[in-house]
Design a protein around this ligand. Structure first.
Ligand code: PEP
Length: 259
């Protein structure tokens, strides 16, 4: 059975305060057209969370943060805790984005600690995994995403997995305009579900949403979302334009899965 799709907008380190409010308002206005059939979440930068929460109002579009601390509180200058995120209205958080793994030295172990902290605090999580270009050239994509999933979920009990969406984000496709083929995405999602089956069981693997991220755009979303096991997307660049983001949400809401 097809699962309710998920589409997230990762705004990264973009926009100013007014731009964030305007984008959130435009997404809130357009979302009802597809929302009965898709979970929509936006992930603004930390300083804009509260104003974006206000702009989203009761539109049903949910609020997420782009990262969190693995610690509950205390001497961690510059970090933001799970409780702080919940306090300002966030119900989701991204964990393990490749930009943090690559540029900020985030290890599998740190990603695992953050995931545990987020879930124990009642946040739902988008866990990002994906291979580099070198790893893909060496045909190691299945091994890489499998080991990232296994490491991140090692301490997570089965009962908490329903709060996790796994995002397959091949690094070579992020922000490059190069998108994975639907077949490549389907194969990688299969490898992620194999890792979930090894860690838990096949039923839980089937019930866990796995979404695609990497240069998603209105023109390529439909074909990707038509593949079995591609349950929506995590959108970077295209999420900064409300019409493009909403078109991707609509493609997820109206997807026809090929068999
Ligand atoms: C991302 O970084 O999560 C992402 C998917 O970016 P883009 O859509 O810009 O490739």
């Amino acid at each position: 059975m097809a699962m309710r799709p998920f589409v997230g907008g990762n705004w990264k380190m973009n926009l100013d305060a007014n731009g964030a409010t305007a984008l959130a308002s435009a997404v809130a206005l357009g979302a009802p057209a597809c929302q009965g059939a898709v979970d929509i979440v936006v992930f603004p930068p930390f300083p804009f969370l509260e104003r974006v929460a206000r702009a989203l109002g009761d539109s049903g579009v949910e609020l997420g943060a782009q990262d969190l601390s693995s610690e509950a509180n205390g001497a961690r200058t510059g970090e933001v805790s799970a409780e702080m995120l919940r306090d300002v209205g966030a119900s989701w958080v991204i964990v393990g984005h490749s930009e943090r793994r690559q540029h900020l030295g985030e290890t599998d172990a740190r990603v695992a600690d953050k995931l545990l902290m987020a879930l124990e605090s009642g946040l739902r999580c988008v866990l990002c995994v994906g291979e580099s270009l070198e790893q893909r050239k060496a045909n190691r994509e299945a091994e890489v995403v499998g080991s990232q999933v296994a490491a991140a979920l090692a301490a997570i009990p089965a009962a908490q997995v329903h709060s996790v969406v796994v995002a397959y984000e091949p690094i070579w496709a992020i922000g490059t305009g190069v998108v994975a083929t639907p077949q490549d995405a389907e194969a990688a999602h299969g490898a992620i579900r194999e890792a979930l089956t090894s860690r838990y069981d096949s039923a839980l693997a089937r019930e866990t949403r796995v979404v695609y991220g990497g240069s998603l755009a209105p023109g390529n979303a439909k074909a990707l979302f038509a593949r079995p096991g591609v349950d929506g997307g995590l959108v970077g660049g295209a999420s900064l334009k409300a019409p493009d983001f909403l078109a991707i949400c609509s493609a997820a809401a109206h997807r026809l899965i090929a068999h």
